[in-house]
Structure formats: structure tokens, C-alpha cells
Design a protein around this ligand. Sequence first.
Ligand SMILES: C[S@@+](CC[C@H](N)C(=O)[O-])C[C@H]1O[C@@H](n2cnc3c(N)ncnc32)[C@H](O)[C@@H]1O
Length: 283
Amino acid sequence: MLQVQSTHYRPFLKWAGGKSKLIEQYIPYFPQSFTNYYEPFLGGGAVFFYFCGAKPDANKFISDINPELINTYSCIKNNVEPLITLLKTHQLQHNRDYYYQIRSSASAIARSHWEGSEIERAARFIYLNKTCFNGLYRENSKGQFNVPMGKYKNPTICNADLLHSVSVALQCATVSLKPYDEINPKNEQDFVYFDPPYYPLSSTSNFTTYSRYVFKEAEQIKLRNTFVKLANWGVKVILSNSDCAFIRELYADFNIYEILASRAINSQAEKRGKITELLITSY
Ligand SMILES: C[S@@+](CC[C@H](N)C(=O)[O-])C[C@H]1O[C@@H](n2cnc3c(N)ncnc32)[C@H](O)[C@@H]1O
């Protein structure tokens, strides 16, 4: 079993589907040895931060398809001081009007990313993440961030110590903007953790849209095909998804484990409770 990490790194974002609370249950299923770690559905990166502590020597390749998210990781890695300075100015000005003013500039209309410099975009991204409803990331069909303001009394917008420690953790990582099927692990030295947007348990749960790129049934099948291809090459692959017949069938040839999860991301409080999710391994 892998050791509990000596240096504790943790996510700096609140992220739908974040895995911080599930890591303890995942640890027994992680492989004993690997040289290269890939996390191509990065989001808040809870598993990546875990390995920064538990496996400091592994090369880490982290990526996601969301340009604002990846820009933010890159800025923390390469330019954390000016980012902290800008974030402090957001912190000072935060109120309802300010939130909606900043939100209106969080728009990717007519281009692939928000307006402004890389540092301005990253500071805006963290500011909105810390002050919006539940830290959700949602865009309308025109690419405008459209999450309403959250009801936090005194949100911590700039946690400089945490951002400094994240910057240290990121020095050993290659950060890229790309879809999951563009990573290139090759053999048994490589370990991949796939955490895609979950297949919805019911037609009313629509949390499959984390960015302007949706992840429907056909994508789940395509991802399974990638999983199979990598497994055949000897790559150690592990994947999280919802516990439903569709996913169980897709991965019937692999090891399927149940993980106990509490779903905080349900707007109806009475529906929040313990449910199971799946963890699937190729080894
Ligand atoms: C469930 S979240 C990952 C949560 C993360 N494990 C954590 O602990 O916070 C899924 C992520 O996949 C990304 N994503 C969606 N479609 C993608 C694709 N085709 N390729 C790469 N990333 C994608 C989303 O932007 C989102 O950040």
C-alpha cells in the first residue's frame, strides 16, 4: 500500500466531482509502482495533489479541456506572485455588483478563451470559483460563464499560502490544454487516472456539462475504447464513474469496485446522502 503523504498538498479550487473526500478509499487500489502519472480530466486535481505528496519522484502529466482551468494552473506554476497580487484586489472589491461585473467579462464569445491577459483570466477564474454558487463551472451555449453568486458571508478569495504550495507542487508537473485522448502513455511504467464527467444516473441530473464540451453516451464509449487500448499496452489505468448498468456493462471485462460517496452536488437537500460510485482498474 502507498504511504500516506509526508507533504500535504491540496486542491486550491472547489470543483464539481472533486475527489478529496474519496482519496482514502482509493488508496488501496492505486498501483504500487509507476514512473509517469497522467491525469487528463484534471478539474480540481485532488488525486494529482495526493500523488505530489505520496509519489514526489513520479513525472506528472496533467491536462484538461477547459482553457480557463489550464491557464490558471499554468499561471500558478509560472507566475504565482502577480496572480496573488491581482487576487487580493478582487478580494478587496468583492460584493454583489462586483461579482456580476466580473462575471460579464468571463466570456469566450468569438474566441477560444476569456478576454484579458493570462494572469487576469486566472485571477478572474479563481475569484469566480471562490464566490459563485457551489464553485460550479457552467457556461451557456455562447460560452459565457453563467453561475449565480454563492451565499458565502466571507469567502476566502486569496489564500496566498495555499497558492504558494500549489506552485511548488506544480514545478514537477507538465500542464497541458488538451482532450483526454491526446495523452500518450505507452507501457507498464505509466499510470493513468481517468475521472470523466460522470454518466448521469437520471435524466434530470445534468452535471455532465462542466465546460462547453459535453460528455454524452458516445463519449463514454470512446473513453472505454481508449481505456481498453491503454490496458492492452500494459498501461495501468484506473477510472471513476457513476454506479449504473451502462458503466458496469462498458467495463465488464475489468475489475469493478464500489466506493461510498456522499453527493453534495444535488440542489435538493433531501437527496444528498450516501450513494455508491465505481472505481474501475485495468490491473
Ligand atoms: C469530474 S471532473 C474532474 C474532477 C477532478 N478529478 C477533481 O478531483 O476535482 C471532469 C473534468 O473533465 C474535463 N473534461 C470534460 N471533457 C473532457 C475531455 N474530452 N477531455 C479532457 N477533459 C475533459 C472537465 O473540464 C472537468 O474538469
